[in-house]
Design a protein around this ligand. Structure first.
Ligand code: C2E
Ligand code: MG
Ligand code: MG
Length: 496
């Protein structure tokens, strides 16, 4: 400062300085001084003094607000990115590594929904403190938003110390958090990217760490994963397929095919199962295995499932009006079934299409039984009250307890084709099929055997007491007009 003043005096130019000065009451003020010296050394100079204490205070506050998270006091994403830039250029100069973590608490949303945001916020604050104890002096722990945290390890020399810190973070969160004398157990999914291997700029490294975090999360959580470039290809493909599926729903690129269910004693078709197909503009007709899981994971099953149900009901009505008492079976995924609006949708369809409700059968897999037992029973009972039939699809492949059959108002068990494939040669498969057929008979349920492809399988099943079968022996799933043609023909003609 004295140098600035000396210069200004020597060259006879104005000057501006800022300094801290003690007020008469002993407090400090920040002062801006603008002045000039006189032309000759004995001339009086002028200076204006401005107290900028409040202004500087506000600036400091603004800076804090822009760079720190209010809830936890941790640096925010923007400050983390700034520090990453510095750390990356330092690491490059000293040939060291820099590591970036993106960490997310497993199931935090459920916790928040159950116990409220207040408690969620307190957990985040406690967690921030624990995280701060896990890193070294020059490292940064940041809150990236929500329950997302970021960690920057500047200048590390081996992968070992990176894993070490990831382990420490996981250990820090695994000690129970006590709030109002109640313990809360949390786990963390962590994704890690390392510069220079995975990229050289903050955005790329954060994105890579996020991708790795999602992989850790999707494979069960409570783990850390390093990024590898195959992940981003996979993630990109998934995003691409997801967009494609969304557009396909808007453009209505789906078709329902129908496969007959045949009563082999009465020799007639008693029902049809609707099976969705995606008429893809480039890849041709796609089977559900190619897209139903993705639709489930992304929630797109909700609009798609609604379209399927309406389309199946429209078809059921058309056949009913023709005088055909043909039951239509519709597959419902667990995600679709759990949608709050599902029951209302079924009721609306029955009302709109006006065919007898027992001509609609909903096929559910055992996975719908996995959670929310009480709620599910309620939904099933309400569906029954509407008069529709319920079937358990792929019976025997999912949930292993039979006890639920006691509580579920189901009408039909469908034996999965896995047990039929080797049924004529494999005594184990035959035993399973026999047991399910007996169980169904004892419980007064209809039993349908899927995947019957040969006369031998069909004969054996008849001997075992099976009456209704479905499979390529009679027909593959076909478009509605082809199915209509099958309905008029004798069954022996179908077996051609
Ligand atoms: P699923 O409900 O168990 O349907 C039976 C599957 O077995 C169908 O495959 C059918 O084409 C096939 N199949 C029938 N007979 C035979 C046979 O004799 N041999 C062999 N090898 N296979 C036979 P698809 O159409 O590929 O459907 C596969 C699965 O996709 C279905 O299994 C169902 O879980 C699901 N799915 C199909 N349509 C829908 C739908 O509209 N909504 C939902 N949520 N899922 C659907
Ligand atoms: Mg099915
Ligand atoms: Mg099945």
């Amino acid at each position: 400062m004295s140098e600035i003043l000396a210069n200004a005096a020597r060259a006879n130019v104005p000057y501006a300085i800022e300094y801290r000065s003690r007020r008469l009451d002993g407090s400090f003020a920040i002062v801006n001084e603008f002045g000039t010296f006189g032309e000759r050394s004995d001339d009086a100079g002028f200076a204006t003094l401005v107290d900028v204490t409040i202004l500087r205070g506000r600036e400091e506050q603004n800076w804090r607000a822009a760079h720190y998270d209010e809830l936890t006091g941790l640096p925010n994403r923007s400050l983390m990115v700034q520090r990453m830039r510095i750390a990356l250029s330092d690491a490059q100069a000293s040939h060291e590594l820099a590591a970036v973590f993106v960490a997310k608490i497993d199931n935090f949303r459920e916790l928040n929904d159950t116990y409220g945001h207040e408690l969620g916020n307190r957990l985040l604050q406690m967690l921030a403190l624990r995280f701060g104890e896990c890193v070294r002096g020059g490292d940064t722990v940041a809150r990236l938003g929500g329950d997302w945290f970021g960690v920057l390890l500047a200048g590390v020399d081996t992968g070992l110390s990176i894993s070490d810190i990831a382990t420490r973070l996981s250990a820090a969160i695994s000690r129970p958090f006590k709030i109002e004398n109640r313990p809360f157990h949390l786990t963390l999914s962590i994704g890690i990217s390392v510069a220079p291997y995975d990229g050289g700029d903050p955005d790329v490294l954060l994105r890579a760490a996020e991708t790795a975090m999602r992989v850790a999360k999707n494979t069960g959580g409570n783990a850390f994963r390093y990024y590898d470039s195959a992940m981003s290809i996979e993630a990109l493909q998934k995003v691409h397929r997801q967009n494609e599926l969304r557009v396909a729903i808007e453009r209505n690129e789906f078709e329902l095919h129908f496969q007959p269910l045949v009563d082999i004693l009465a020799d007639r078709i008693v029902a049809v199962e609707s099976l969705v197909r995606w008429n893809h503009p480039v890849r041709g007709m796609l089977a559900p295995a190619e897209f139903i899981d993705l639709a489930d994971q992304t929630g797109l099953i909700v609009p798609l499932g609604e379209w399927i149900l309406r389309q199946a009901c429209r078809q059921a009505r058309a056949w009913f009006i023709e005088g055909l008492e043909l039951r239509v079976c519709v597959n419902v995924s667990a995600v679709q079934f759990r949608q709050p609006g599902f029951l209302a949708l079924v009721a609306a369809c029955l009302e709109e299409f006006g065919f007898p409700p027992h001509l609609l059968e909903l096929e559910l897999t055992e996975s719908v039984m996995l959670d929310g037992f009480a709620e599910m029973i309620q939904t099933l009972s309400r569906l029954k009250a509407l008069g529709v039939r319920l079937a358990i699809d792929d019976f025997g492949t999912g949930y292993s307890s039979l006890a639920y059959l006691k509580y579920f108002p189901v009408d039909t068990l469908k034996i999965d084709r896995a047990f039929v494939k080797e049924i004529t040669g494999d005594s184990f498969d035959r035993a399973i099929a026999t047991t399910i057929l007996t169980l169904a008979r004892e419980l007064n349920l209809e039993c349908v055997v899927e995947g019957v492809e040969t006369e031998e399988q069909c004969d054996l099943l008849r001997q075992l007491g099976c009456t209704i079968v479905q499979g390529y022996l009679f027909s593959r799933p076909v478009a509605p007009d082809r199915l209509r043609a099958l309905l008029g023909r004798p069954l022996s003609a179908l077996r051609a």
